[in-house]
Design a protein around this ligand. Structure first.
Ligand SMILES: Cc1cc2nc3c(=O)[nH]c(=O)nc-3n(C[C@H](O)[C@H](O)[C@H](O)COP(=O)(O)O)c2cc1C
Length: 186
């Protein structure tokens, strides 16, 4: 339940910078991704999702009725704050994917929450679209003048980041999978 805006327009980025504590990444970046969660979740949104799922998976929509009803009743029972948290959490999964994709393509990105969300909503007319700005990510190819490129990445030591609950006797295949995953995660 989210939408991603991709802003290239310099005039809009300039306006957004003023409500982002003047942070220059907003205007330095070629593309500003603004991740927005749905400010209201209705049954129509859930129906739209299942209609898309039915079309893509080529499964009759009636097969998803039970699942859709379950989500509708679960969502209806949540407070507005809980609904916002749920839709915002989804946004962070998408942000993670963007960061991974950028990293693969050697493109720089800076996830940012340092901005006035209400001001973003106003400038981008998001209320009309039923959206709320959650988190932003300026994205672009690295400039030679970016001094931060020379500073070391600060990463927790692996033993502080992970707590493992090991099998008594680990299978060799599992060990291979784990080292491959940890290596790329890190
Ligand atoms: C919740 C959150 C909000 C952040 N907001 C900003 C921000 O507004 N401006 C900024 O320059 N960095 C912000 N950061 C920090 C950048 O994302 C930070 O540079 C980045 O996480 C460091 O990544 P790196 O170690 O891979 O370079 C924020 C980080 C987090 C976790």
């Amino acid at each position: 339940m989210y939408t991603v805006l991709i802003i290239e327009d310099s005039a809009i980025k300039e306006q957004l910078k003023t409500v982002s504590y003047g942070q220059s990444q907003i205007t330095d970046a070629s593309h500003l991704f603004v991740f927005c969660n749905y400010s209201k979740v209705t049954n129509d949104h859930i129906d739209a999702y299942f209609s898309l799922k039915s079309e893509i998976e080529q499964v009759d929509i009636s097969n998803f009725k039970g699942y859709a009803d379950f989500i509708k009743s679960d969502v209806t029972n949540r407070t507005l704050v809980e609904k916002n948290k749920w839709t915002s959490n989804q946004v962070y999964l998408a942000l993670g994917n963007l960061l991974n994709a950028c990293s693969e393509l050697k493109i720089d990105a800076c996830p940012m929450e340092g901005f006035d969300a209400e001001a973003y909503n106003k400038i981008l007319d998001l209320d009309k679209l039923g959206l709320n700005a959650t988190v932003v990510a300026p994205v672009g190819y690295r400039s030679d003048e970016d001094h931060s490129q020379n500073t070391h990445k600060v990463r927790k030591p692996m033993e502080n980041l992970f707590i493992e609950y090991k099998q008594h006797k680990e299978q060799p295949t599992k060990r291979t999978l784990k080292s491959a995953l940890l290596f790329s995660f890190y």
